[in-house]
Design a protein around this ligand. Structure first.
Ligand code: GDP
Ligand code: MG
Length: 162
């Protein structure tokens, strides 16, 4: 089974998508201290597709100084395990320096990336969608993890990798 990692800065909607795809099929919470704390993984499903999916970046215990380090460590490990990375940005907020930071991590990994522009329900995400092209990961898939929009487009984007 293919492994997908949902990667991106905090608050873009990664866990919302994870919950939508994995539902209650949450396999385990790996809490080895300092390495994978708060990481969640499970069996994701979308239409006929099944895959292992990893949610990233829980770091409640991190202080300001170690935040970036912990985020990087956890994310890098998930990326290393993944066959495909779902790189999520917030289409409403537009691109931030932290998005660029994650983009650089992903580029260096050499892993295939599907760019997800989340919170794209309504028209509020249109500008962010255009900005997202500039990241160089191809055409972003516009979704609303919360409202379940764009899931058919996501399935079409995933199909070649699963
Ligand atoms: P994470 O930190 O990347 O895991 O983000 P979360 O999944 O915790 O979501 C962060 C916030 O964004 C929450 O308040 C969600 O309800 C909200 N959110 C998630 N998906 C969407 C969406 O599609 N549209 C909107 N408007 N809000 C969303
Ligand atoms: Mg989360």
């Amino acid at each position: 089974m293919r492994t997908l990692a949902i990667v991106g800065r905090p608050n873009v909607g990664k866990s919302t998508l994870f919950n939508r795809l994995a539902g209650k099929r949450l396999a385990l919470v790996d809490d080895r201290p300092g390495v994978t704390r708060d990481r969640r993984e499970g069996e994701g499903r979308l239409g006929d597709l099944s895959f292992r999916i990893i949610d990233t970046a829980g770091f409640e215990e991190a202080d300001a100084e170690s935040l970036e380090g912990r985020m990087r460590q956890q994310t890098e490990r998930a990326i290393a395990e993944a066959d495909l990375c779902l790189f999520m940005i917030d289409a409403r907020a537009g691109l931030t320096p932290l998005d660029q930071h994650f983009a650089a991590l992903l580029r260096r990994s050499g892993k295939p990336v599907i760019l997800l522009a989340n919170k794209a329900e309504g028209a509020a995400g249109d500008a962010g969608l255009v900005e997202a092209y500039a990241l160089g990961f191809g055409e972003p898939v516009a979704i609303s993890a919360e409202h379940g929009e764009g899931m058919a487009d996501l399935a079409v984007a995933l199909m070649p990798f699963i």
